[in-house]
Design a protein around this ligand. Structure first.
Ligand SMILES: [Zn+2]
Ligand SMILES: [Zn+2]
Length: 373
């Protein structure tokens, strides 16, 4: 039997919001980032004429409000794409004068790389590292001049769990970190604050990339959009996010520290919804749930499309799961469809779960979505 990772702690009606969660880090789809139509922080659609811009921002970011601008700057944007001292004033005293030219060059190289590479995952990783730096410096001097509370996710940090405690427990894919990317990210960090480059070792960077690839959700408003540029990459290389609406419908990608634990099911007990029109995730019950029932979501569009047979739909979603998350689904729906029609097993991905968890937790009650008996 598969272990239950996340469960509901009380009975819920179908359609009930089980919890709401703000993301730890977000990345707007790059076509929208370029157009300046959505808030870089909360991903909200911005009404014409009210966008707020930070003149020094190297990533051409716009915001829906001063609050979003302040949070974004404090959490990661200031460190990655700005020139102000990355730590509160009280801490920066006694630090060497920063080399502004080197910092500008490092940031420009990073922006160029992001645009060329076209993937959200490297930026999610860089933002995550920057947020950790922000959290740590705030702990050192919480009342420093210029200190901004970087956190708008107290619920995810309660119980003494830090962002990194959660991240450590999440599953990840074994991916290779491109050498060029490691160099570029490392230069952005070290040019802001010498010493930060130690966060970007090859192994560490690869693990973070694999965590973001496995755990990020697609942020999707309503039924989603239809104008997301189609990737020219091979289907197995196209970046995927967890979303029952399909990654092609999303406006951005985000990591949620609690929802990341939710296992996949093709007959999911819940679904993510973004009904506030921002990246705040509302987890909605798909059916009546009893206390202790497992929270599952569908990582892919698991509906049966018009013109598709049950077998076609089953094959499509399982192929997508194998490509994006590298496991062969063994959920109740997949099993019962196979019992009904043994022929639908033909041409199926045969691999077992190839995602990983970090060493110290393998011995414990691991947050395992593993398919091993
Ligand atoms: Zn906003
Ligand atoms: Zn399934």
């Amino acid at each position: 039997m598969r272990k239950k990772i996340l469960v509901v702690t009380k009975d819920c009606d179908a359609g009930e919001v089980i919890y709401k969660e703000n993301p730890a880090v977000t990345v707007l789809d790059f076509d929208l980032q370029e157009k300046g139509t959505h808030c870089t922080h909360c991903l909200r659609l911005i009404q014409t004429g009210i966008a707020i811009k930070l003149p020094t921002d190297r990533f051409n970011s716009v915001y829906c409000s001063k609050d979003c601008l302040a949070k974004s700057k404090a959490q990661s944007q200031g460190l990655l794409f700005g020139l102000e001292p990355p730590v509160p004033l009280g801490l920066s005293l006694g630090m060497p004068q920063q080399d502004t030219t080197a910092r500008e060059a490092a940031q420009s190289a990073f922006v160029d790389y992001i645009k060329k590479n076209g993937k959200a995952v490297p930026l999610l990783v860089a933002r995550f590292i920057a947020r950790q730096v922000a959290n740590e410096t705030l702990k050192l001097i919480p009342n420093a001049v210029g200190a901004q509370p970087p956190s708008d996710i107290p619920e995810a940090e309660s119980g003494g769990y830090t962002m990194y405690d959660h991240l450590e427990r999440l599953r990840y894919l074994d991916v290779k970190a491109p050498e060029e990317e490691i160099k570029i990210v490392s230069r952005v960090l070290s040019s802001a604050l010498p010493g930060l480059e130690q966060f970007v070792t090859e192994e560490r960077h690869a693990t973070l990339l694999g965590k973001m690839a496995y755990n990020s959700y697609g942020v999707c408003f309503g039924d989603g959009r239809d104008d997301k540029p189609v990737s020219a990459e091979r289907p197995e290389d196209v970046e995927k996010t967890r979303t029952p609406y399909g990654t092609s419908k999303q406006i951005g990608s985000a990591l949620y520290l609690v929802s990341a634990y939710a296992s996949h099911s093709c007959a999911p007990s819940t679904r993510p919804s973004f009904s506030s029109g921002t990246s705040e995730l509302y987890l909605v019950a798909n059916r009546v749930l009893k206390k202790g029932d497992e929270i599952t979501v569908s990582y892919v569009d698991s509906t049966q499309h018009a013109g598709e047979t049950t077998t076609d739909a089953r094959r499509r979603r399982r192929m997508e799961l194998a490509r994006g998350w590298r496991f062969a689904c063994s959920c109740t729906r997949c099993q019962s469809e196979l019992l009904d029609n043994p022929a639908c097993a033909d041409g199926e991905p045969i691999q077992k779960d190839e995602s990983k968890i970090e060493e110290p937790f393998i011995m414990n009650e691991s947050p395992s979505g593993s398919l091993d008996p």
